[in-house]
Design a binder for this molecule. Structure first.
Ligand SMILES: Cc1cc2nc3c(=O)[nH]c(=O)nc-3n(C[C@H](O)[C@H](O)[C@H](O)COP(=O)(O)O)c2cc1C
Length: 202
């Protein structure tokens, strides 16, 4: 085994090692609005579910000066729409990760279509197979010196599921075709699938 002490790595090496260790990661494509109403869209792969009751997800936004638009918008307006990303969305999702100034609407600029949300102000992306309208619940600060991240916990207020992936009252992962982020600049699809029943209760 190769053993590595993260304390011996600079922040870039530490980042590259961690994203290569923890893979695949689901990708949240997150829509927010600024206080002035400008729509922002950006991908985050430090993302997962936290609780189903209350329905809660989390994503981690790295600290920066000035802060990323998504984080600044969340502090200002406390609402977000989190989308799952499928293969046809991948190139446009990556385009949204460019460092656009806050006045740019990345949803439109990167070629997505906005649909009004039901209960939050940020619109949802029409092309996404799944969209979750959310409200900011809590931010946990993970800080060391100049580095760290804002761990954002959000309550899911609405799930929107495309009819193409809704099969008999359940989400079918074959048409969903979600992509994941691997290490470096690599991504994966989930096109090879196997089912394993859980062990019976003793
Ligand atoms: C697939 C992918 C996943 C990303 N995941 C994260 C992440 O988990 N946390 C983060 O801070 N930045 C992440 N980024 C970088 C942000 O998307 C990028 O900094 C973006 O410009 C932030 O946009 P904003 O300033 O509009 O919020 C990711 C980028 C890509 C392409």
């Amino acid at each position: 085994m190769i053993s590595l002490d993260p304390a011996s790595l600079n922040p870039t090496r530490s980042y590259l090692l961690q994203i290569a260790c923890i893979q695949p990661r689901p990708i949240a494509l997150v829509a927010t609005c600024s206080a002035a109403g400008v729509v922002n869209l950006a991908p985050f792969s430090y993302f997962t579910g936290v609780a189903s009751t209350p329905p809660t997800l989390c994503l981690s936004i790295s600290r920066r000066q000035p802060e990323k638009d998504t984080y600044a918008n969340l502090l200002a307006t406390r609402e977000l729409v989190v989308h799952m990303v499928d293969r046809p969305m991948a190139e446009r999702m990556v385009a949204c990760s460019a460092d656009y100034p806050p006045e740019v609407n990345e949803l439109a600029t990167c070629g997505f279509t906005a649909v009004a949300s039901e209960v939050v102000k940020p619109p949802r992306v029409a092309e996404a197979p799944i969209a979750m309208e959310c409200r900011l619940r809590q931010v946990v600060e993970v800080v060391e010196g100049d580095h760290g991240a804002h761990l954002v916990l959000a309550t899911i207020l609405r799930y929107h599921v495309s009819e193409a992936v809704w099969n008999g009252g359940r989400i079918d992962s074959t048409p969903l075709d979600p992509i994941g982020r691997l290490g470096g600049q690599s991504y994966c699809t989930c096109r090879t699938r196997f089912d394993l029943p859980r062990p019976p209760k003793p």
